[in-house]
Design a protein around this ligand. Structure first.
Ligand code: M6R
Length: 609
């Protein structure tokens, strides 16, 4: 996955390209490059490493010109290097291209082009696109790009620039995101909105198969058959600052602190005014519809998968429908039993995760009804699913997902309550009681965030340990999984989460003197059992940090420290207990001097398998 940008207008293209790429580094950051047309020649500048390396390289020699394209890369085909960095060009240097995605048939195309005498410079799949354009070019830029698109297979968003066609960029997409920003006498192209909102709020969100011819004064969009498309302008409602750090040192910290607002936005207009239940206008489901399913699958990756585990618990507990949760990368290859009696729920912050998208497409093909829970309007997953529930968390830039998780939990909870209301599986009073508790959550997250000092202290004290274990039962176990993932990905500490009852089946062997164990103990029905697991690790001299609800006076007797969260219904408490775990991961990473927003080897949006 990568970030791409394009500019055509009157200004200095390089300024927008570099600025736009800086907002897209969450999509990949192992190399960056720009190509600028100065009226005579195309200047290509690339550098392995972060965008800052490219900036430094060209600081005294900024390419001039008012048309250009740029790219920030996360390597798939060919290791990170100057040579493999985009943009890529043909033999003559007349055609330049940036690409996000994978050209699946690039090897056969490359062989064919080499036979015809084309000379390749990189190991990437992308370079074939530039050579192919050179090969088929017949003087008609758009017609030749169309011919290229007929030959390539795979997923892509692409921007083409040609020395032979000054003032015109052509862009297109298939299974990868692309937006066009509409300016005055200038137009912008980018993988995602944060790259362009400082310039314009008027955008076209490109759909698969659409091709746009972009000049400084016009954007003409057509489909694969060449038919003109009259696209509606999508006005971006975020503030420019919303995509920036807003005074926080890192996006991750900013996004952790945005959670009270984010979860409020998720709930907005979805709670019946008198607090008696949940209304999801996007769905309009009825009892017959819900009873037509014999199972629900929730499919997702990473943090979204962890949200799915909590979602299963909610739906089974409240709506009494059987739910299976699967990792998208496993689901698609295990020949799952899917038919028209299946409801598939995919959860994805970005709406672009390749495995999740593939699971969705396959389930649809086999007749399942499909619902997407996502944050990104117009994303591939949002467009593919029959129904969409947006989390409205706002842009999440840090690689480590935080507010996406809590908003996904809120939405899964509301979905379960909505289903329970329709099916009559819960008493009206119970639904109203849960809605009442739900409404308190934003303020309770704020309260949890109000005193981070003890967490900083823990992070400093244990930040240099090699291993950390997280334990819990029931919903606490699901949250433990998310806490461990957060710590791993941003602080590089080896962290594992275990269902507390499983310890004695093997993991207890790893518990030795001084090993930190984070023990979540909020679920009343398994409280005593969790306490006995805590005693097991304490007996092996682990350092135990408990997480409990305020008012719990028992836990402190058996652990070294306790972090308290406000009291709520135990179904909702994951929304609170995850917060200290996110902060612990954040401050742990700070203690160790890690690059919090851009952890090594990771990228925000995994649009390749
Ligand atoms: O965009 P998605 O929600 O589909 O992304 C899924 C995972 O890649 C993502 O949650 C990942 O695990 C995060 N880096 C975790 O913080």
């Amino acid at each position: 996955m990568c970030g791409i940008v394009g500019y055509v207008g009157k200004g200095r293209a390089a300024d927008f390209l570099l600025d736009g790429l800086s907002k897209l580094e969450y999509r990949g950051y192992d190399s960056a490059g720009i190509a600028v047309y100065d009226g005579t020649n195309v200047h290509i500048e690339k550098s392995v490493g972060r965008l800052s390396a490219l900036r430094e390289k060209i600081a005294d020699n900024m390419p001039e010109g008012s048309m250009g394209i740029g790219h920030t890369r996360w390597a798939t085909h060919g290791r990170p290097s100057d040579r493999n960095a985009h943009p890529h060009s043909d033999c003559s240097g007349d055609f330049v291209v940036v690409h996000n995605g994978i050209i699946e048939n690039y090897l056969s195309l490359k062989e064919e082009l080499i036979e015809k005498g084309h000379n390749f410079q990189s190991e990437t799949d992308t370079e074939v696109v530039a050579h192919l354009l050179e090969d088929v070019y017949n003087g008609d830029f758009l017609g030749s790009v169309r011919e290229v698109l007929q030959r390539i297979e795979g997923s892509y968003s692409l921007v083409f620039m040609s020395k032979k066609n000054p003032g015109t960029l052509i862009c297109t997409k298939q299974d990868n995101p692309l937006v066009i920003g509409l300016g005055e006498g200038e137009n912008f192209i980018a993988s995602d909105i944060p790259a362009i909102i400082s310039k314009t709020r008027k955008t076209f969100i490109m759909a698969d198969g659409e091709i746009a011819v972009v000049t400084q004064d016009s954007v003409n969009i057509s489909n694969r058959r060449g038919e003109k498309i009259d696209k509606k302008i999508f006005e971006v409602s975020w503030n420019a600052e919303a995509a920036e750090k807003g005074g926080y040192e890192h996006f991750m910290l900013k996004e952790i602190h945005e959670q009270p607002k984010a979860v409020k936005d998720t709930m907005r207009e979805r709670i019946i005014k008198d607090g008696s239940g949940i209304i999801l206008n996007e769905l309009n489901w009825d009892k017959d519809f819900l009873q037509s399913f014999n199972k629900i699958y929730i499919v997702a990756c990473g943090t979204a998968y962890h949200a799915g585990l909590v979602g299963k618990y909610y739906i089974e507990k409240l709506a009494r429908i059987l739910v299976e949760v699967d990792l998208a990368s496993e689901f698609r290859y295990r020949d799952p039993i899917i038919d028209e009696k299946t409801l598939l729920i995919v959860i994805s912050q970005s709406g672009e995760t390749s495995d999740t998208l593939a699971a969705l497409k396959e389930s649809k093909r086999r007749g399942a009804k499909t619902l997407a829970v996502t944050n990104v309007v117009g994303s591939s997953i949002a467009r593919e699913a029959e129904w969409v529930l947006y989390t409205w968390a706002g842009p999440e830039i840090a690689v480590a997902s935080t507010k996406a998780y809590t908003t996904q939990l809120i939405l899964m909870f509301m979905l379960a309550l909505y289903m329970a209301g329709i099916l009559g599986t819960q008493e009206k009073e119970r639904i109203a009681e849960l809605v009442g508790e739900l409404k308190k959550i934003p303020a309770q997250i704020s309260e949890t965030l109000s005193d981070v000092e003890p967490i900083k202290t823990f992070a400093k004290r244990y930040g240099f340990n090699e291993d950390v274990f997280y334990i819990g039962r029931s919903l606490d176990y699901s949250v433990a999984l998310e806490g461990a993932l957060k710590l791993k990905e941003v602080s590089y500490i080896h962290a594992e989460a275990y269902a507390a009852g499983e310890l004695k089946h093997g993991t207890l062997a790893l518990i030795v003197e001084g090993v930190p164990v984070i023990a979540l103990a909020t679920q009343r029905s398994v409280y005593e059992k969790t306490l006995s697991n805590i005693k097991e690790v304490k007996a092996r001299d682990a350092v135990v940090i408990g997480i409990a609800a305020e008012g719990d006076e028992e836990l402190i007797k058996y652990v070294d420290h306790v972090m308290y969260v406000p009291q709520t219904d135990e179904l909702l408490i994951p929304l609170l207990t995850v917060v200290p775990l996110q902060l612990l991961a954040y401050y742990g990473a700070i203690t160790r001097g890690c690059d919090v927003d851009k952890p090594r080897n990771l990228a925000k949006s995994v649009t390749v398998e």
